[in-house]
Design a protein around this ligand. Structure first.
Ligand code: AP5
Length: 213
């Protein structure tokens, strides 16, 4: 099963990717997490990407395409994968096709912009293992430390309200056209990202099962 997750920043792609990965036992490949790991490790790519990501701008296509090409060649991708945050532009989607990757479905999680801004202000992330929480909707046990590895939770720099608005603009201009791109191929499925997390998870699984029948 090869799934692409589409949706605005903060729509819940990472959260649902985690659920899908557990249920179907396929890896999640998140370009955002890969870039943040590169920044954390001080690699050359990380140094180039840091100011872009913190300003809510996209990293150049050729950089992320190269990262994805290498990652998809790894053995754990043989039985399928979930792409979270890639492709984000039409050239990235075309590059995926040129790599010979035939995706099964593009699942778009739909959430209104006003709701996104509210959600991002409550997000907390683990800088060590990448787990995502929300102070109201998905709190860790003590709302301060990661349940998985006990590291101190932090607020992502690109979750500042002004940066979130820039990211939303970038999403509508550059990434949202991918819905038409995959819609024309009959691969687009849309799920409403409801405030109740469990309901969104249920709707996501129902959409996947219905599509794969
Ligand atoms: P990336 O990390 O991919 O960020 P994003 O797409 O903006 O998405 P987020 O991780 O912010 O949100 P999400 O949809 O995963 O939501 P989450 O599940 O966390 O990319 C970051 C940056 O990297 C980009 O801006 C760009 O610079 C660069 N980049 C990455 N990929 C790139 C590419 N392909 N090309 C170029 N540049 C690239 O949920 C959000 C919050 O809401 C959480 O707190 C969660 O607990 C909560 N929540 C989730 N679902 C619900 C629900 N149903 N109800 C209530 N709360 C919920």
């Amino acid at each position: 099963m090869k799934i692409i997750l589409l949706g605005a920043p903060g729509a819940g792609k990472g959260t649902q990717a985690e659920n899908i990965s557990k249920k179907y036992n396929i890896p999640t490949i998140s370009t955002g997490n890969m870039i943040r790991a590169a920044i954390h490790n001080g690699t050359e790519l990380g140094k180039q990407a840091e100011s872009l990501i913190n300003a809510g701008k996209l990293v150049p296509d050729e950089v992320v395409i190269g990262m994805i090409r290498e990652r998809l060649a790894e053995d754990d991708c043989n039985n399928g994968f979930i792409l979270d945050g890639f492709p984000r532009t039409i050239p990235q989607a075309e590059a995926l096709g040129k790599m010979g990757v035939e995706i099964d479905m593009a699942l778009s999680i739909e959430v209104a912009d006003e709701e996104i801004v509210k959600r991002m202000s409550g997000r907390r992330v683990c800088p060590a293992c990448g787990m995502t929480y929300h102070v109201d909707f998905k709190p860790s046990t003590d709302n301060k430390h990661c349940d998985a590895c006990q590291a101190d939770l932090i607020i992502r720099k690109d979750d500042e309200p002004a940066t979130v608005l820039d990211r939303l603009n970038t999403y509508h201009e550059t990434t949202e056209p991918l819905k038409a791109f995959y819609g024309e191929q009959g691969k687009l499925v849309m799920v409403e990202g409801r405030e109740e997390l469990a309901e969104t998870t249920k709707a996501t699984f129902e959409a996947i099962e219905a599509f794969l029948k």
